[in-house]
Design a protein around this ligand. Structure first.
Ligand code: HMG
Ligand code: MG
Length: 301
């Protein structure tokens, strides 16, 4: 079995991780989280969302976060943009990259962004056109690729169809998301094979929520397929307010520990990352979900 020699980790803790928290997280804490992640070696960070503050109140301060956080030449700060209004927020906050997000579930699309999958793709067209003109890279995400929280059947062909449309539109990366963490390794390979049949393997990413404890196994299966773009969330934070049952993402610490053990380069300092996981977890008043963060807590330098 051959594995990639290096991967790109895309850290979603400051966005996916915090969007579902009940208590308001102060802007300063978000900024410190992001800056600590950079210090740990993370090069691509989802810093927030320019979505309706009525829909996702936790992301209402994204412009403020972007205005105050230290910027780095070699670190990408990415933001979610559901429409042109979101795009304008991204541009005025000098985001390095935008993210459009659709899905394979019709019901989830309605509940999450108040339109059908086809309508969402139409909405993204002017966003991507504007981004191309402005020279902003566009990343795309496909939710509910392994199952829907609303019980609809999701086939690999449905996931491949949306992925191809997003890629053809101009996304440089298409992240295949297990929003409710129901996938298993063989299923992961089937879905990724179907997507890789229609878009290049090296643009495909994976985004695993860990609701059923399968995320690391699925991630390993994705590495076996040759995927090198991995989303993860420090301390295993995460969830989507519009996907009942969506718990946290696979923890960045757990992935980095596994990658280190496999000799796969991620560029991340595990020691600093675990300290960051404890920083945000202490703030939230509960331990990280991550086994690695717990195991290393008393062994940190
Ligand atoms: P809508 O109500 O259909 O939008 O919502 P609208 O165009 O009719 O506008 C209604 C109001 O929202 C207006 O304000 C607009 O100005 C405002 P009002 O006149 O009522 O005061 N508005 C906005 N405000 C700020 N930024 C904007 C914006 N757009 C409109 N961009 C909309 C449609 C898409 C806006 C809404 O449904 C929404 O914001 N949804 C976001 C949901 C969300 O962020 N979900 C979580 C992220 S996705 C996720 O977590 C999955 C992922 O992790 C992968 C996975 O795990 O599956 C990526
Ligand atoms: Mg997610």
């Amino acid at each position: 079995m051959s594995y990639p020699t290096s991967v790109r980790l895309f850290e979603v803790g400051a966005r996916d991780g915090l969007q579902n928290e009940k208590e308001v997280i102060p802007t300063e804490i978000k900024i410190e989280l992001i800056e600590r992640l950079v210090e740990a070696g993370v090069k691509a960070i989802e810093t927030g969302s320019f979505v309706s503050p009525k829909w996702v109140p936790q992301m209402a301060d994204t412009a403020d976060v972007m205005a105050k956080v230290t910027r780095y030449d070699d670190v990408i700060f990415s933001v979610l943009t559901p429409n042109m209004k979101g795009y304008e927020g991204a541009v005025s906050s000098k985001a390095d990259e935008i993210e459009i997000f659709s899905g394979a579930s019709e019901i989830f699309s309605q509940k999450n962004i108040n339109c059908s999958i086809d309508e969402s793709l139409e909405r993204f067209k002017p966003v991507v056109e504007a981004a191309k003109k402005d020279g902003l890279p566009v990343r795309a995400s496909v939710s509910c690729a392994f199952g829907s929280p609303f019980g609809e059947e999701i086939t690999p062909a449905m996931v491949a169809d949306v992925s191809k449309k997003l890629f053809d539109m101009g996304a440089y990366e298409v992240s295949i998301a297990d929003t409710i963490g129901v996938g298993t390794p063989i299923r992961t390979k089937l879905v990724l094979d179907a997507v890789a049949n229609v878009i290049p393997l090296d643009v495909i990413g994976v985004h695993f929520h860990d609701t059923y404890g399968q995320a690391l196994a699925n991630l390993h299966a994705a590495l076996e397929v040759g995927i090198t773009r991995l989303d993860s969330s420090v301390a295993g934070l995460g969830g989507c307010p519009y996907a009942p049952g969506a718990t946290g993402n696979v923890a960045t610490e757990d992935i980095v520990y596994m990658l280190d053990g496999m000799g796969i380069e991620s560029g991340i300092d595990l020691n600093k990352l675990v300290k960051t996981a404890w920083f945000i977890s202490d703030f939230l008043g509960r331990p990280p979900v991550s086994s690695v963060a717990k195991a290393l807590k008393n062994k940190l330098d």
